[in-house]
Design a binder for this molecule. Structure first.
Ligand code: SAM
Length: 267
């Protein structure tokens, strides 16, 4: 009995010592490579789901930040997309290149040894990541500068107060965002033969605002923004008008639910 208790304690101490050693070695490896996060592969079914929710297809250019053994970029290539994986660790790049060759996707999937923070994200239509919450947040301003409609999916980690457009946590943990157009500011709106001013405050893909017409101010209702598609309701001459349109830089344009053409320019 006493011997069992002693060997249990010894076993626990050995396990704890091993865990500490693994931790020290991991930190040492990360430091030697300047890595911000160690390699942990995303399970295959999670990879498949990440590419499903972002609807990756042959029109897409996928960038996987911190690409590890290349599994996400290669799976995107198998769906017909062009893909780029960047990783700071040369051993990972070698593995990924060998895996891409084996998968027969080298015509559209490539890997580059590069710091993810120095990577040009602008060609991406889809961005995939399995990093850390702090890294996601550091990347966030760059992500918000991407073309409206760019899909971003993160295995496991969120982007702090930028609420995801989709989160799944039952069989895997993934979060997906769609980069919203920038709509904040003062707009001069023309809807049919009426003109009025709109002021918008934006928090990521949500916005609120007011419209000033004939010396009266009202709150915008039913505000919606998805990628570059914008929608809000205002009362025009006592009638509710739902204006739906697209944002193209400093211009919005579209048709109201009743068919009236409208446009807006940011001042
Ligand atoms: C958790 S793994 C994810 C691998 C792969 N994306 C996946 O989901 O299976 C993170 C990867 O990021 C790489 N990495 C860490 N810091 C990096 C940096 N600053 N720039 C580029 N890659 C980095 C690591 O080498 C590692 O392969």
């Amino acid at each position: 009995m006493r011997q069992t208790a002693t060997s249990t304690i010894a076993g626990r101490m050995l396990t704890a010592t091993c865990l500490v050693c693994v931790g020290i070695l991991t930190v040492a490896y990360c430091n030697a490579q300047n890595l911000d996060v160690v390699f942990v592969p995303t399970p295959r079914e999670t990879v498949d789901r990440m590419l499903q929710v972002t609807e990756v297809g042959s029109q897409d250019y996928v960038i996987d930040l911190g690409s590890g053994d290349g599994r996400i970029a290669i799976a995107a290539g198998r769906l017909g997309a062009k893909a780029l994986g960047v990783d700071l660790d040369p051993a990972r790049i070698q593995d990924a290149q060998a895996n891409a060759k084996r998968a027969g996707v080298t015509d559209r999937v490539s890997f580059r040894q590069q710091n993810l923070f120095e990577t040009d994200l602008s060609p991406a239509t889809v961005l995939t990541m399995y990093l850390l919450p702090s890294i996601n947040v550091k990347l966030r301003p760059k992500i918000l500068d991407l073309r409206p409609g760019t899909r971003v999916v993160s295995h496991d980690f969120t982007m702090d107060d930028w609420k995801s457009d989709l989160t799944e946590t039952t069989n895997w943990r993934i979060h997906m965002w769609i980069v919203p157009a920038r709509v904040a500011g003062k707009w001069q709106v023309r809807a049919g033969n009426r003109a009025f001013d709109v002021t918008i405050e934006q928090t990521y893909q949500e916005f609120r605002g007011t419209a000033s017409m004939d010396g009266r101010t009202q709150t915008l209702r039913n505000t919606r923004l998805r990628a570059a598609t914008v929608e809000f309701t205002v009362d025009i001459d006592g009638q509710a008008a739902t204006l739906r349109g697209v944002v193209i830089g400093d211009r919005m344009q579209g048709r109201s639910a009743g068919g009236t053409e409208w446009s807006a320019t940011r001042s």
